[in-house]
Design a protein around this ligand. Sequence first.
Ligand SMILES: CCCCCCCC/C=C\C/C=C/C(=O)SCCNC(=O)CCNC(=O)[C@H](O)C(C)(C)COP(=O)(O)OP(=O)(O)OC[C@H]1O[C@@H](n2cnc3c(N)ncnc32)[C@H](O)[C@@H]1OP(=O)(O)O
Ligand SMILES: Cc1cc2nc3c(=O)[nH]c(=O)nc-3n(C[C@H](O)[C@H](O)[C@H](O)COP(=O)(O)OP(=O)(O)OC[C@H]3O[C@@H](n4cnc5c(N)ncnc54)[C@H](O)[C@@H]3O)c2cc1C
Length: 650
Amino acid sequence: MNSYIKPGDNPLLTEERKKCQFSTDILAAFYHENAQKIKRRHEIYQYYLENKELHDPEPTEFMDRYHRLENAERKVSLLKKHVKKAGSPLGLHYTMMIPTILNNADDEQKAEWLPKAQNLEFIGTYAQTELGHGTNLRFLETTATYDPKTQEFILNSPTTSAAKWWPGNLGKSSNRIIVVARLISNGKDYGPHSFFVPIRDPITHKSLPGVTVGDIGPKFGIPTVDNGFLLLNNVRIPRRNMFMKNAKLNPDGTYISPKHAKLAYGTMVYVRAVMIRTMSHMLGLASTISIRYSAIRKQGEIEAGKGEVKVLEYQTQQYRLLPQVARAWAFEFAGRYTRKLYAQFLGGDVDVLPALHGVSSGLKAVVTHQTAQGIEQCRMACGGHGYSEASGLPQLFATAVAGCTYEGENMVMLLQSARQLVKIASDVRKNQKPTKQNPVTDYLYKTSAATKCKIDQTTDPDPSSVIEAFEHVARRLTFAAFDKLEQLKQRGISAENAWVQCGVDLRRAATAHTRTFIARQFSNGILEMRDLPVQAVLKDLLQLYLFYEVLECDGDLLYDGYVIGQQIEYSKNNVYEALRRLRPNAVSIVDSFDFNDRELNSVLGRRDGNVYENMLEWAKSSPLNKHDVMPFHHKYLGKMMEDARQQSKL
Ligand SMILES: CCCCCCCC/C=C\C/C=C/C(=O)SCCNC(=O)CCNC(=O)[C@H](O)C(C)(C)COP(=O)(O)OP(=O)(O)OC[C@H]1O[C@@H](n2cnc3c(N)ncnc32)[C@H](O)[C@@H]1OP(=O)(O)O
Ligand SMILES: Cc1cc2nc3c(=O)[nH]c(=O)nc-3n(C[C@H](O)[C@H](O)[C@H](O)COP(=O)(O)OP(=O)(O)OC[C@H]3O[C@@H](n4cnc5c(N)ncnc54)[C@H](O)[C@@H]3O)c2cc1C
């Protein structure tokens, strides 16, 4: 039933795979949405294996940034020949440039820019954040002042803090970019708008007059991406280089407002909606690495004299790792929802934007945070080898944790989600009904279905009792934060200051609301699976997810007596029971994420499980090992020891 078994694999992994009680093919197709996608994934991987020019000449962990960027550019240029979609020097081109054209360009602009972008005739990025401002877009300093005489915009960075800072692929790779700048026309400031700006010559790739651009230097991770800075000094672009699907500017400089004030932020909403799946994949990668490794790593005897056991036998190891697998699945279902909502928005339904913004901002924050935390758990669960770059986990963590910051700092995003909750609380207090159905927030209008939680001692529990418990917590925290806000306002504190004083409570409400949403999506999502053995595995994962989350918020559940201590004990038992049931299938479940060795990029997580011999091979690639004696040895340490020996002879 496990189709990942191959001759030559580590027998400890084969032993695990032989225990599989379901079809890995069916589970893999469900994770990647259909069997066709799995087939295509396998074809692409096979193609990669056969085309050596696409391989890295040495492990990239041993390359400096210069050679990493060169190697990445080499592979990307080759990839264009091989497949349409390529890797990191084009990351922002695909994730932000093309979506902005689709989302913010009018038909004529789209006809001009989209084919060129898709054909990679230029490379672009999204330059919004500045040295001095990222979150608060209204205070961006870059200006685009309209000159009706020439029908051009003049772009300027008036101060040092106005320098664009951070955009991925801005430093060295991009030549046509989106600049977010404050539009000024006829002396009036209309706030941030997007402009299509050439920054490098298309032939020589030299920066254009008035443009100062470069790389911002090494970061916490993602060394292959050339995040950049940019200063603009009286750079002129034609009027039609302002993105005009929503807001427009006539040749005489008169401004036409968009249908919704925040349509200009559409690209950020898009990325927040799609990055949920990317996070699921990253957590899936980390889980695959750590669970496969835990199945070949033996350490300690459980019963003296019976031999060392795989570390995966320890309940503590299972408790660390299997909830990460469950969360990866939960995030996948949550991401499907936000992508569907975004498709509705892109199809022209502008009214869906507030709901989409509400759900995607909370979800982006919770999912990136839990993904980063989960990867770090996986890394620590691999012991010392998890600390080596050979595991792939340090770089994976460094990449994932950036998601807590980019596309809206997480705390700020949770507070955006809380705005929606507070509005609903205000409606409820005024006995107002929802103006339109929203399956994500409608529960807030209802009172608790039961005054007491229904979790009991059954080991095959109904998910709805847990979801109701999460709804109860989210409702209580939302109304508590709302009431506190109102009390502060009644004491004469301004609405804005009251908001700041309730920040922590608002964040907690938004987190609880997001937990409820994810749990519901997971619970609904698995109903689509008809194959009974696969359904059983997904139910075990759901059970683990739900009761693990109960334990994460036990204080909030106990706070008002909605659950009693005994129910927390039942919840613990349900976690342990789920771990026990999942254990025999653990390797097969992560196999079903279907990540190949290129994607895993980990000696510990290889499909064949042959870890130790490959660790030795990997270490031998270290440039330090090109020399038995380092050329500078006798200058420093050698000399120091020689001096000490000479001195002791005196
Ligand atoms: C193989 C490849 C590997 C590559 C690896 C590299 C990975 C790189 C990946 C990503 C690149 C990252 C890119 C970026 O980071 S781009 C920059 C992102 N920047 C941000 O996200 C900035 C965050 N700030 C904001 O979004 C906003 O400024 C704000 C939401 C914090 C506040 O906006 P503001 O205009 O001040 O609004 P208010 O708070 O006053 O709210 C008013 C009103 O508007 C609503 N609202 C706000 N935003 C939106 C929105 N986007 N859509 C819909 N509605 C919105 C808000 O809710 C209020 O509504 P109200 O309560 O009803 O009044
Ligand atoms: C790897 C990476 C890639 C990036 N790529 C891009 C890119 O391609 N294009 C681009 O334009 N930008 C990019 N960025 C920038 C990114 O979008 C910003 O860093 C991010 O939006 C946060 O803004 P900031 O840095 O100004 O943080 P700040 O807003 O200064 O945050 C600092 C602290 O202040 C808090 N804070 C700020 N405002 C509030 C508030 N209103 N209420 C409560 N707390 C608040 C935050 O929670 C945080 O704790 C990237 C960043 C990184 C790290």
